[in-house]
Design a protein around this ligand. Structure first.
Ligand SMILES: [Zn+2]
Length: 255
């Protein structure tokens, strides 16, 4: 069986945190896991997300706590990603330490527009990245405010940043330029983009297959469709292996 790590999913216990657009498609964590297994996914990574007005850092913690509980229930199938919030620097740094002690290495997917923040680079984020750097954690981020993504990637060359979503052609080409410029920059293939035939082969031609990471954005997106999109591109076996699992394992130091 092919090893497939979906780097970009959003699991939930709490139904308010179910990001599937169509009600009753995915109703529980059991549905969630059985869909992914049915698609052939062997492991998953990602954060619990909810569109919230953040009033205190407890709102953020509650998402992270849910992720930890699911990790324990899913027994190695799920690699949790956690949230920080730039309006709460001290609390975010303490949270990073708490989570690192609990064995978490992934921050994100960060989805700022869901939680009332915007920029990936400012004085507060610099303090948070410094802690991430020290704790040797990896950052997965939703692509928005690309200038500030680039500032962060440049300022913290030791941190691996995995940006999400190829997007439209112009956006994808900007991702490729950043990959060429910065060794610590990766792109996950989830969300909008890979239904455009040839996108992945073009990316592999331009930057190699070591910097592209498979992801779907399930349960927003159909995971089987994303796997097929990768497999139908004319790539070498080695490239499929890198994209589907090898890169995620290297980035997250997984067995
Ligand atoms: Zn996203």
């Amino acid at each position: 069986m092919r090893e497939i790590i979906d780097f970009h999913i959003h699991p939930f216990y709490n139904k308010n945190r179910n990001v599937c657009f169509y009600n009753n498609t995915v109703n529980s964590l059991d549905d969630f896991v059985s869909d992914l297994k049915r698609a052939g996914v062997t492991r998953i990574c990602g954060s619990v997300i909810e569109r919230i007005e953040v009033k205190s850092f407890d709102d953020i913690k509650s998402l992270n706590d849910e992720a930890l509980l699911m990790r324990d229930e899913l027994n190695g199938y799920y690699i949790p990603g956690i949230h920080i919030h730039p309006a709460f620097v001290k609390e975010s740094i303490a949270e990073l330490e708490r989570m690192k002690n609990a064995g978490v290495t992934l921050v994100g997917e960060l989805v700022p527009y869901f939680m009332g923040w915007e920029n990936y680079y400012d004085d507060n984020m610099v303090q948070i990245y410094s802690a991430i750097n020290e704790l040797k954690m990896v950052v997965s981020l939703h692509t928005q405010q690309e200038d500030t993504i680039e500032q962060a990637v440049r300022a913290f060359p030791q941190i691996t940043f995995v940006a999400a979503h190829p997007g439209d052609k112009a956006s994808f080409l900007r991702h490729l330029e950043r990959i060429k410029k910065y060794k610590n920059y990766y792109l996950d293939l989830s969300g909008t983009g890979i239904f455009r035939y040839g996108l992945i082969a073009h990316g592999v031609n331009e930057v190699g297959s070591e910097r592209l990471v498979y992801g779907s954005d399930y349960p927003i997106c159909n995971p089987q469709m994303y796997i097929s999109a990768v497999l139908f591109e004319k790539l070498k076996e080695e490239d499929y292996n890198n994209i589907f699992a090898g890169n995620a394992k290297r980035i997250l130091c997984l067995e």
